[in-house]
Design a protein around this ligand. Structure first.
Ligand code: FES
Length: 116
């Protein structure tokens, strides 16, 4: 059975099989989630927010230790999160991308000419 995974803020959707990891689903959907460890829980760069934790397997102890209280707020490591139902996943914006977006928005509003 396939499940639909929606990645926000882009709104990209993909159908995946049960037990696919969120990181793999993101790659299949063409959504970029930065990583450095190749999914071995070493870099903690692949954090995402999962809206409905009932549609994925709960975090194992190692993931809980790495994320601490963030788990209770819906944060998961995409490389460790196993899909068991339809999911809505929010991918945090890359810091550099966010900085560029803020500069462009400020320039459009005429608040700065740093980009010219
Ligand atoms: S990819 Fe490095 S912790 Fe998930």
């Amino acid at each position: 059975m396939d499940f639909e995974v929606t990645f926000l803020p882009e709104g990209k959707k993909i159908k995946v099989r049960r037990n696919t990891h969120v990181l793999e689903a993101a790659r299949q959907a063409g959504v970029t989630i930065s990583t450095r460890c190749g999914g071995r829980m070493g870099c903690l760069m692949c954090k995402v927010h999962i809206q409905d934790q009932n549609n994925c397997l709960p975090p194992k102890d190692a993931e809980r230790r790495k994320l601490g209280t963030l788990v209770e707020e819906g944060t998961r490591l995409s490389c460790q999160t196993v899909i068991t139902g339809d999911l809505i996943v929010t991918v945090p914006e890359d810091r550099l991308k966010a900085a560029v977006r803020r500069q462009l928005e400020a320039a459009r509003r005429g608040e700065t000419d740093d980009f010219i």
